[in-house]
Design a protein around this ligand. Structure first.
Ligand code: DP6
Length: 362
């Protein structure tokens, strides 16, 4: 599958060497992407809050090489050479080569750092792949004499398109603060190929929305997202699940407009539990939640019961719990976390993050 719109035909310029750097955030899905078709096409549309503090900083150095028949690159994480990252990047390069025809002309040094601990169980693929895609889109732009075809909105679209080919959820990390990905009838501009900024009204209740990530379990996941997505093929509940995602995304439009946080909570928590229900009912089945995940969820429910708090939880493909809450509750929720929830976090660790504006050129 080749998408003509994103092919750079030729580069009028030559640059012997150069350097570019981007920082790109992670994101947390409210309606989950779970299940994909060939070529990283999502089985259903999703929407996420872009985060602010959890991000990847990537510096890409490139220098022209003699042999232009293979990809050539080295990867460093926190200044340490990481050859085990190479296969994933090699696959990514193969997928995007048609759109970035300079890839075999250069040797690349990719230096990357995350603001969150590497083994925190926080997926770095969304921030990492989007940061790399942005760096490569910048090189594409540098080599093109006429920048017109790479104006800002096209630049973001191409970067998101490329990021998706690295990791699906990465395409939602280019911009902020709410991004949808996947064709949906209510969003005229929506696409399976890239993320787009949420185009409708958002109530001020969602301004500066907080996401505190409780690091319940920092271990390696037993099942990768890619394998999990694959298990949605022939999954007995897949069709209903995909329909539900369309409906939940549609229902969120009214919620974002009215600021109805009770309705928001219902959709977001149901999405999180449905994601895990899909894992528990696939063949093979698996469970990524840990006892502490359930302890935290129950305490959040009890806290909501006894206060008028609008805090809710969501999960991604792991045991960690994301607590989402409005800005005006930040102080109380911090106390609640310190009094009741840190005991369920590995080494008492959690990360206070909030909704962000997207990636930045450095
Ligand atoms: C559960 O984007 O990590 O976080 O496309 O195979 O790289 P690949 O999968 P990935 O899947 C993330 C799934 C999720 C839900 C979401 O972010 O929408």
């Amino acid at each position: 599958m080749i998408v003509e719109e994103f092919i750079t035909k030729s580069y009028p310029k030559t640059i012997e060497e150069g350097k570019v750097a981007w920082e790109s955030p992670s994101n947390i899905a409210l309606v989950k992407y779970w299940g994909k078709k060939e070529h990283q096409i999502p089985a259903n549309p999703s929407i996420s809050f872009t985060l602010s503090k959890c991000k990847t900083i990537t510096v890409l150095e490139f220098s022209e090489k003699e042999n232009k028949t293979d990809f050539s690159f080295d990867v460093f994480l926190n200044n340490e050479k990481k050859d085990d990252f190479k296969p994933k990047i090699e696959t990514f390069f193969k997928r995007v080569e048609a759109y970035l025809p300079f890839l075999k002309n250069y040797h690349f040094v990719i230096k990357t750092e995350n603001t969150f601990p590497h083994s925190s169980g926080i997926a770095s693929s969304a921030s990492g792949m989007s940061a790399l895609a942005l760096c490569l889109t910048s090189v594409d732009r540098m080599l093109s004499k006429n920048h017109e075809h790479l104006n800002k909105s096209f630049f973001n679209k191409k970067a998101s398109f490329l990021a998706r080919l690295g990791s699906g959820s990465a395409c939602r990390s280019i911009e902020g603060s709410l991004v949808t990905w996947g064709t949906h009838q209510a969003f005229a501009e929506s696409s399976d190929l890239y993320g787009v900024k949420y185009p409708f009204e958002v109530h001020e209740n969602f301004k500066n929305y907080h996401d505190t990530i409780l690091l319940v379990d920092k271990g390696e996941k037993q099942v990768s997202s890619t394998v999990g997505h694959g298990l949605m093929h022939n999954h007995p509940f897949a069709e209903e699940r995909f329909k539900q995602a369309h409906k939940n995304l549609n229902d969120l439009i009214a919620v974002f407009k009215s600021g109805d946080l009770d309705a928001f909570i219902k959709i977001v928590e149901s999405e999180a539990l449905t994601l895990h229900a899909m894992m528990m009912t696939s063949m093979p089945y698996f469970i990524l939640m840990k006892p502490n995940t359930l302890q935290v969820i129950n305490k959040i429910w009890a806290y909501r019961e006894k206060t008028d708090s609008k805090v809710c939880f969501t999960l991604d493909a792991g045991a960690n719990v994301h607590m989402l809450y409005p800005e005006n509750e930040a102080k109380n929720i911090n106390q609640f976390i310190n009094n009741e929830l840190v005991e369920h976090c590995q080494n008492g660790q959690y990360i206070n993050d909030k909704i962000g504006l997207g990636a930045k050129l450095l």
